[in-house]
Design a protein around this ligand. Structure first.
Ligand code: FAD
Length: 370
């Protein structure tokens, strides 16, 4: 039974404390279902209360995780627009634009965890410090987003490898995920339009976190003839960070599991959430020490460096191209065969096989934690 948020968490202990109840934290908690472990998830907000994303993820991922009923619209097309031309292509797989609250609810229902609302302030020996007191756990996960609150050097603001995104959610429709690359809107970045059933998520992302994105967001909405209502935004990491540090597992944005060029981070949060959960299970089953699990998970995350590095290099190179040259590049790449190959390569950067593995047998009775 949860205590009221104003009540202190006195002598609170768990086997695993997962800090953050969004894509990454819920993916970790889901992966621990069926163990006998006491898994406590903490978040400053109620689960699913505050989306910060356009909530578009590849359909194969949503299906593999049993989340397809949260999808408001499948988007089999993308359209790339520059000041000089526009290219529409059919993808080899579809994006799914989903309802955030519903997706969180589905993920939560797949976990056997318990939840407390608390603001996590930092790491202490053997646990975490929150606004409601200390929570002790041998296994600690930071899924708190770009600030990396439990790291030895949390991020405080715009200093760092971060992008900035903002969007509005007016009523509207469409069948394609639009990407607009126009230096008159943003010198380094892009704008998007994601139809999601009866609403459209239209926004702007700058690869420079110091650049304000409110005006580009308003301008791109105006170009699409859409109202600027229901704003939401956040900073987005665009470099991989160490996934194990300070005796803690980092997953999702806290570990920079977000592709720099596209600012797509939901898939990374799922993928590394599953990988982290696998390592936690090994500790819970007595097959690995915490230190061994941290080392294995850190190495697993780092082994994806080249894929994340390529999208970072493209993020640097593409905005530097003259707009006409960029248009020619997009034209060449958006041919159906080459486009299919590129999008399949992009999907394969985080192999779906991880999500398709059957959930491990219950580790009940195998707990090695005291
Ligand atoms: C405008 C915008 C649009 C985007 N669109 C897409 C998209 O369409 N597709 C895509 O793949 N990616 C998109 N992204 C990126 C994506 O949103 C992130 O990569 C993703 O949310 C990362 O998930 P996460 O669980 O790691 O972190 P988050 O989603 O940031 O979740 C962090 C959680 O931790 C909680 N929290 C934070 N600090 C504390 C604290 N101190 N104490 C307690 N709780 C705390 C928060 O309440 C939240 O629940 C977008 C980003 C932005 C800004």
């Amino acid at each position: 039974m949860n205590r009221r948020p104003e009540q202190p968490l006195v002598d609170e202990r768990a086997d695993v404390v997962v800090c953050g109840a969004s894509f990454a934290g819920l993916a970790v908690a889901r992966q621990l279902a069926g163990t006998a472990a006491d898994v406590l998830v903490l978040d400053r907000d109620e689960i699913g209360a505050h989306p910060t994303s356009a909530c578009a993820a590849p359909m194969p991922w949503l299906e593999a995780l049993g989340l397809e009923s949260s999808v408001k619209q499948e988007l089999p097309f993308m359209r790339f627009t520059t000041p000089h031309d526009s290219f529409r292509m059919r993808l080899p797989w579809s994006w799914g634009a989903f309802d955030y609250a519903e997706l969180c609810r589905l993920l939560w229902n797949q976990s056997g965890a318990r939840f407390e609302r608390a603001l996590v302030r930092g790491r202490v020996d053997g646990g975490v410090r929150t606004d409601r007191g200390i929570v002790r756990a041998r296994l600690v996960v930071d899924a708190l987003g770009w600030r990396r609150v439990l790291g030895s050097q949390p991020f405080a603001g715009t200093g760092g490898p971060l992008s900035r995104g903002l969007e509005v959610h007016p009523s509207g429709g469409g069948d394609a995920l639009d990407v607009v690359i126009d230096r008159s809107l943003l010198r380094r970045g892009y704008c998007w339009r994601v139809p999601a059933g009866d609403e459209v998520r239209v926004g702007a992302g700058s690869y420079d976190p110091c650049v304000a994105v409110k005006q580009p967001t308003a301008e791109v909405a105006r170009r699409f003839g859409l109202a600027t209502v229901r704003h939401q935004g956040n900073l987005i990491p665009h470099r991989l960070r160490p996934a194990a540090e300070n005796g803690c597992f980092f997953v999702g944005d806290s570990a920079g599991h977000c592709f720099a060029l596209s600012a797509e981070g939901i898939r990374g949060a799922f993928y590394f959430g599953i990988a982290c959960g696998r390592e936690l299970r090994r500790v819970l089953a007595g097959e690995a020490t915490v230190e061994e699990a941290l080392a294995a998970y850190g190495a697993f995350s780092a082994s994806h460096r080249s894929g994340f590095g390529i999208t970072y290099a493209l993020q640097r190179v593409l905005p530097a191209l003259p707009p006409r040259a960029l248009t020619l590049v997009i034209r060449a790449l958006s041919g159906q065969r080459l486009g299919d190959a590129i999008f399949n390569w992009y999907l394969g950067l985080l192999p779906l096989t991880l999500a398709e593995e059957p959930m491990p047998e219950s580790a009940r009775g195998q707990l090695a934690l005291g």
